[in-house]
Design a protein around this ligand. Structure first.
Ligand code: FE2
Ligand code: FE2
Length: 206
C-alpha cells in the first residue's frame, strides 16, 4: 500500500480503485499503483510538484474503462473526470489545471505534448511500466486479452517497447529505461533460443 501524503488522497484513491474494478490485468489498478511509485522515484531526483504529480498519477488511466466501452480517448476522458472529482475531494483548486494537462498529455501517441515537468515525469513513469519484467508480463497479458499470438507480442517489443527509452524526458527516467531495456533484450534472446528448439536448461545469453 502507498501511504497517502495529502488529505485529499484517501478519497481519491478509493474513487479510482472503484472505477477501475474489473479492468484487464494489463491496465488494472496495480498498474496505477506502480506508476504512482515510479513518479515518486523520479520526482525525488528531478523535482516537480508532489501534489500535482500524485493526483495526476492516480487519475491518469481512470478513463480507460470508458475507452473500452465507447472507444473515446481515455486521456481526454480522464482529464474530464479529474476536473470533476478533484474539487470534490478537496484538492487545491489552483493546481487542477496542471493535473488536467498531465493526464491529457500522458499518452505519447495522442493528445498534446507534455509541457510541464510533472507531465513529463508522468509520461516517463507510465512508459517505464511497459518495460522490464513488468513490461514482458503486461505485453503478454495484452496478447491474451486481444487473443492475438505470441509472435504479435514479440513484434510489439521491436515496434514499441524497445524504443521507449528514446522517448524519456528526464535523466532518471532514461537511466531506469536503459536497465529495463537490457532486461527485455535478454528475455527476447531467451525466448528466441527456446523457440528455435533449445532445451531451456541453460542461462540466457548476455
Ligand atoms: Fe494511459
Ligand atoms: Fe497508464
Amino acid at each position: 500500500m502507498i501511504e497517502p501524503s495529502f488529505p485529499w488522497e484517501r478519497p481519491l484513491v478509493r474513487f479510482v480503485e472503484g472505477k477501475m474494478r474489473g479492468s484487464p490485468p494489463s491496465h488494472d489498478f496495480s498498474h496505477v499503483k506502480r506508476v504512482v511509485r515510479l513518479c515518486e522515484v523520479i520526482r525525488r531526483e528531478e523535482g516537480g510538484d508532489a501534489e500535482v504529480l500524485r493526483a495526476a498519477a492516480w487519475l491518469h488511466d481512470v478513463g480507460r474503462p470508458v475507452e473500452e466501452r465507447t472507444g473515446e480517448d481515455h486521456a481526454k476522458v480522464g482529464a474530464e473526470i479529474a476536473e470533476e472529482i478533484l474539487p470534490e475531494v478537496g484538492f487545491p483548486e489552483g493546481k487542477v489545471g496542471e493535473v488536467v494537462h498531465a493526464i491529457e498529455a500522458h499518452r505519447y501517441s495522442t493528445g498534446p505534448n507534455p509541457e510541464t515537468l510533472e507531465a513529463m515525469i508522468l509520461q516517463d513513469a507510465d512508459n517505464l511500466d511497459a518495460m522490464g519484467a513488468i513490461g514482458v508480463a503486461r505485453c503478454f497479458c495484452v496478447v491474451g486479452e486481444r487473443r492475438t499470438t505470441l509472435e504479435d507480442g514479440v513484434r510489439h517489443f521491436h515496434e514499441k517497447l524497445l524504443r521507449l527509452s528514446d522517448l524519456m524526458h528526464t535523466g532518471t527516467g532514461r537511466r531506469i529505461a536503459e536497465r529495463r531495456r537490457k532486461k527485455m533484450i535478454r528475455f527476447l534472446e531467451w525466448l528466441e533460443a527456446e523457440t528455435d528448439g533449445e532445451l531451456g536448461v541453460g542461462r540466457p545469453r548476455g
